[in-house]
Design a protein around this ligand. Sequence first.
Ligand code: ADQ
Length: 755
Amino acid sequence: MSANENNESRLVVVSNRLPFTLKRAGDGWRTERSAGGLATAMEPILKASRGLWVGWSGDSSGTDDPKRQAVLARWEERHGYHSVELPAEMARGFYEGYSNQTIWPLFHYFPAILKFAPEDWRAYCEANLRFRDALLKVLRPGDLVWIHDYQLMMLPRFLRADLPEARIGFFLHIPFPSASVFRLLPRREELLQGLLGADYLAFHTYGYLQNFRASTLRVLGLDSHMDRIEVGGRTARLEALPIGIAPDEFTKLLDDKETKRRLAEMRERFKDRHLLLSVDRLDYTKGIPERLHTFRRLLSTHPNLRGRVVLVQVAVPSREQVPMYNRLRHDVDKLVGRINGEFSTPDWTPVVYIRRNIPRPELVALYAAADLAWVTPLRDGLNLVAKEYVACQKDGAGVLVLSEFAGAAAEMGEAFLVNPYDEEKTAETIARSLSLPESERRERMSALYRRVERNNVFDWSRRFVENLRAAAESRAERGGESPRELPVEQFVNSYREARARRLMLDYDGTLVAYANRPREAVPPPDLAPLLARLASNPANVVALVSGRSRRDLEEWFGDAEGLWLAAEHGAIMRSPKTRTWELYRANYSDSWKSQIVPVLEHFVNRTPGSLIEEKEFSLVWHYRMSDPVFGEWLANELVATLEGMLSETELRAYRGNKTVEVKLLWANKGEVLARLARADADPAFCLAAGDDRTDEDLFAQLPEDAWTVHVGTTRTRARFFVPSHAEMLALLRQLADADTREAAAASGASDGAKI
Ligand code: ADQ
């Protein structure tokens, strides 16, 4: 796909479910409207755009049935809805499994009911890959891809790997939990990496955005800014953009004949009584049992309200295949029965419970008739019901009681905010708000209405699309800078074809994971033999180029035949021939250390968990074990302090991976390259792999066609990246295996290729 702006650029919406659901009807099929907030919100937008919608039909059976295919073909032709086929078992693990029993409870702060099965995670990834394949079929250059919600968090990365130029935006409809909760998620790293494939990520509130940033820092160690995060050489833009509704769709219905008839009916039915209304998907996050308990308390503590209030609870069944939802359904049935049994009189039933989807005109009539909307989810990404109620109270004096834990609370300040876990205070707030003078209720409601009207869904989608376009354009402008995920096959082939090769490998973070203390990052037992195996091929020059001291390298790799060792970022090197260490500069003195150590000690004293490492040619402040946010902040401060002190010297302070290192200007990995080049002609295949800022010197000095590989997904000059050290090791094994297979040919090669 080309990065060029295309005037024909379309909006391609991707979500788990299409606005239509496929249902069996006898031996044929019928189309139903999908329930839930997303379809309600996006429908008006798609109507207005010439775009496409890619999603699952909700049914996995009978895929060969021509009648079924005909229905899906009609969806495509008439509405631009492209269905993604998911086999039943995959759909179960993906949707009922990882999406709704792992991500959903955890992101809504219910870790105790989280369930995780590794096969569900695999199904989640496979399903996301199916969505990618469906997109690859329909995407045209310049299209804007708008991915929705928690079921598709791996899709941005999967799509980016195939289409590096794709313009990808992601919107999360549910909360992003605080980092301490997010950390509990099995496969948390992968999920964050998945999201970071997008050019633009938006959330309902700043709180969620901040939680996301804190999680990328705590889980992936990635720094970010309020509005962006650098990753894989790209910038992903971040924003808080709460969704709105299409208020006119509700206000227009207020004048509809059917709605008016219903409204008159309800007013008659509930006359002289306060109508309290709740409308929810039947989901444990919506706080329905808690609300019923609170209602019971209200009736117990305010006997004057008995006979004078009615709670209409509308609940649309949802996710009935997930056991937790069935249990909830029984609990709610029982509670409603209990309250009605306890308080009903011959002419008054306190709770009217409607457990089904109700048509829009009926819903609007209810919203208009209600004296109070009781919207108290325990956790909710935003909550559209609160906004729909306000829209239907355009000229009304209704009261909105809203949970603090709904995203909508961040923008609906005139509502009565409550903590749904506090039954007593919530009941008090309800009783008090019902007795407020009408003028105050009207004032609050009209302020809310203006807000709902202004921040409507069209505005929301227009801003999303504009921001996505801008984010993708600025990436395209920076164009060639972006690294791609390493194309493994091409890489291995290029190695096999070359008769002379040079491999320069960093150690920490590149071949092994970081450990809390530097000395703990010992190599796995097969690493030195693997490097020796590669170095034993006469066509290869293999150098370990590390910031480590010579003592560490000697201890771990000293016996690996044929391996070049460069310690302390190249300040000293050991050639495989002489096996002695050579220093770059004569007359080196380390008297500078006595001035720097006290500064670093000052920072160690202020930062629990941090420590100083002393090497021959440098001093390092490590803060991997410290609180990451505090650590980053102090690292910036330390660099700023040192910069002033060192400006007149041949020393500099560098930020590494959870380190600040004071080292000599001339000790850098680029110098190692010069040294190797003196010992050996330029090879046809050149690999440089590294993960932190010191490796960037090396990447910068290599020719265009070198295989510069960054390990991890932070910003880099390298042409390619692999996600972690595990993939890097697997690659080296593949190269060594390729050598073994060509051993016969290699044994005939000239010894001259090797030093
Ligand atoms: P949901 O969890 O589905 O959405 P919500 O925002 O309240 O929650 O939307 C529910 C929608 O379904 C509303 O439009 C409502 O009118 C409709 N609805 C509910 N019960 C109904 C019934 N019985 N009959 C007819 N219609 C009914 C997710 C997130 C939310 C987020 C939205 C949008 O969980 O936090 O606000 O996406 O981003």
